[in-house]
Design a protein around this ligand. Structure first.
Ligand code: HEC
Length: 376
């Protein structure tokens, strides 16, 4: 058997074991008795504003101006990305706790924690389509490993050389969902480099791609997605900013959320250039292991330390797998948690010739959750 094929098979075998992690997964808790108890509470405490059907009371009767972000609980595209903790925070502490309107009262005095869980179970029943991936599976974004959850996000991510030639790359990434399970993605890199004491800048090779969720289950805490895209030769090859050929990229991403908010994200993929005499085919295997800690009994600011293990290998005879480790810390910046930042250090562990340490950081904005100036 050819050596490359063997490497690929080994990684596929390793990676396909990941779903076994499902066995340690979470259990859902949405019994119908819960929903019934929730319905009583909803009718007496919420329906006056949110409407008996969860769409919101008619403007004329409600007696308040609807904020732009006023929820329609039957709209799965609006509700499924929100994890239960977000709703619990808002119901317990009132709208302003997440930068929402103070028309949404706090029920911390009126309802027990269990009663709030019951009413959330009812709110969940308003979305009738069970195929939407749930927001709990939208794990904290790692610096390199792509997650499985389809996102509405803008990310500006920068890697700066801390060793070797001064320079770096900033990626401007736009991700947008469509339909129940899909997402398009555009990634434009901008390079800046000191080449023999002169600074050069320019865009690199632009990625266009589509990601689709193949499987997701809140019950087991797992989500699997596939990605297919093209990396276009928009970068200047002579400057070393581009490969000079179109590359087809494909990957699978499998993420697992465990009880107690430990998580594992894995990504296995390949880059297949059209002209392999210009750029070699390569494979990559990225994994991120992390843990989220939320202040205020699990409802406040979210801190997510993670460590990534990043492997990449050209599919040529002399090549070896390059390994990097990347410890990092993601933190939510806005009250609504729709603006977040992450900072880490990428350290090559083998074949370090020509591969130096890098400082990597991003700022991300989940634009579906609110405008940039909202939610603070
Ligand atoms: C006085 C009117 C009023 C009452 C009563 C009320 N709400 Fe609200 N609620 C609002 C408004 C207005 C918003 C939108 C706030 C915004 O978008 O700025 C809101 C927002 C919410 C949200 C936030 C959704 C999101 O986008 O994250 C949840 C969850 C919610 N309400 C649940 C409830 C529950 C459960 C009850 C009853 C226990 C309740 N509300 C009672 C007015 C009300």
């Amino acid at each position: 058997m050819n050596n490359h094929v063997r490497v690929v098979i080994r990684w596929v075998a390793f990676w396909s074991l990941a779903p076994l992690a499902v066995m340690f997964g979470q259990t859902g808790n949405q019994g119908s008795s819960r929903t019934q108890a929730g319905e009583q509470i909803f009718k007496s405490a919420c329906a006056a504003c949110h409407g008996a059907d969860g769409r919101g009371t008619a403007k004329e009767i409600a007696g308040f101006e609807r904020p732009r972000t006023f929820p329609d609980f039957t709209a799965c595209d609006q509700t499924t990305p929100e994890p239960n903790t977000t709703w619990k925070d808002v119901i317990l502490h009132g709208g302003p706790t997440r930068g929402f309107s103070d028309i949404m009262p706090s029920f911390g005095e009126a309802l027990t924690s269990e009663q709030i869980d019951d009413v959330i179970a009812l709110l969940r029943s308003f979305c009738r389509n069970p195929h939407w991936p749930r927001g709990e599976l939208n794990l904290p974004r790692a610096l390199v490993t792509e997650k499985a959850y389809p996102e509405d996000e803008v990310v500006i991510s920068t890697a700066l050389n801390a060793q070797g030639a001064p320079g770096g790359t900033t990626h401007i990434i736009h991700e947008q969902r469509f339909g129940v399970k899909n997402q398009i993605e555009i990634d434009v890199p901008i390079n800046f480099q000191d080449q023999s004491h002169t600074w050069y800048g320019g865009i690199g090779d632009t990625t266009l791609g589509v990601k689709r969720t193949m499987f997701s289950s809140l019950r087991s805490g797992s989500i699997l997605s596939l990605f297919g895209g093209a990396i276009l030769p928009t970068g200047n090859k002579a400057r070393g900013f581009g490969t000079g050929t179109t590359t087809f990229e494909t990957f699978a991403a499998f993420d697992q959320l465990f009880r107690s908010n430990t998580f594992l994200q894995t990504q296995l993929g390949a880059d297949l250039p059209r002209h392999t005499q210009i750029a070699p085919q390569s494979i990559f295997f990225n994994t991120a292991i992390g843990q989220s800690f939320a202040a205020n009994h699990g409802l406040g600011r979210l801190w997510s330390p993670m460590v990534e293990f990043l492997g990449a290998r050209d599919l040529v005879d002399s090549a070896k797998m390059n390994w990097d480790v990347l410890p990092q810390m993601q933190v939510t910046i806005s009250r609504r948690q729709h603006v977040r930042a992450n900072l880490g250090v990428r350290v090559p562990v083998n074949n370090t010739a020509g591969r130096g340490i890098q400082i990597v950081f991003y700022v991300l904005w989940d634009w579906q959750d609110g405008r940039l100036n909202e939610g603070w």
